[in-house]
Write a protein that binds this ligand. Structure first.
Ligand code: FE2
Ligand code: FE2
Length: 229
């Protein structure tokens, strides 16, 4: 099974780093189109289990939907920067994504921990891709404005869905800056880090049964405080 996982990751890294290595926005468009697909596969399988009356875990459905929502906004940001302008880039991204969906569905049905491990590696790759980009282009990025879609997603809009992916939360939800394009890419990078942490947490034994979404945890803390206070 690990061989299959490594093959998928190697193909992904080849496409994103080698084929698209020197065209940043199409590269990130490709990365965001493909990298979010497994969340949709997880959701489909969980939904099917619910429909068949086999298994229900609402917190997992909510979490994975919030993760696809998060990745959708990364994708919208890349599109607003022109990453999807060329027909050939859209064609490749969409077809790879279609095939990828059908690979991850049976993988998640048979080996959910491996399906999460695969995503841990892909999300880790995304984190490092953005981290390097930030280091290389810091000055240029700081001189450019943040796209409106990013301002809404990270600051001005309804932040419920943004908060829902913060597995690593301690006492407060993240409230990042969105003053320029550098901040936007730093926020995307930090989101990818949250995704890695979530995928690691979900590989622990029993994690799929015990996992609680951040809002469920917060509600429980607030209810407890009401009782004791
Ligand atoms: Fe992303
Ligand atoms: Fe991600």
């Amino acid at each position: 099974m690990k061989v299959l996982i490594r093959l998928i990751v190697a193909f992904f890294v080849f496409l994103v780093d080698v084929v698209y290595g020197n065209r940043s926005y199409p590269r990130f468009y490709m990365l965001e189109t493909i990298a979010r697909v497994p969340y949709f596969s997880y959701l489909s399988v969980l939904h099917l289990y619910e429909t068949l009356g086999y298994w229900r875990k609402a917190d997992l459905l909510k979490l994975h939907f919030a993760e696809t929502w998060n990745e959708l906004h990364h994708l919208l940001i890349m599109e607003s920067l022109g990453g999807d302008r060329l027909w050939i880039d859209r064609f490749i991204a969409q077809h790879v994504a279609f095939a990828y969906y059908w690979v991850v569905v049976p993988l998640y049905m048979l080996f959910p921990s491996y399906a999460y491990y695969l995503m841990e590696l892909i999300e880790g790759h995304a984190y490092h891709t953005y981290d390097e980009y930030l280091k290389t282009y810091e000055a240029q990025l700081k001189a450019q404005p943040a796209p409106q879609v990013a301002i809404n997603f990270y600051r001005d809009g309804d932040l419920y869905m943004f908060d829902e992916v913060q597995t690593a939360l301690s006492h407060e939800f993240r409230r990042p800056k969105v003053d320029n394009l550098y901040d936007v890419f730093a926020n995307i990078r930090d989101d990818e880090d949250e995704h890695v942490k979530t995928m690691v947490a979900l590989q622990k034994p029993e994690a799929r049964l015990t996992f609680k979404s951040p809002h469920t945890v917060f509600e429980a803390i607030a209810a407890n405080a009401d009782k004791t206070g």
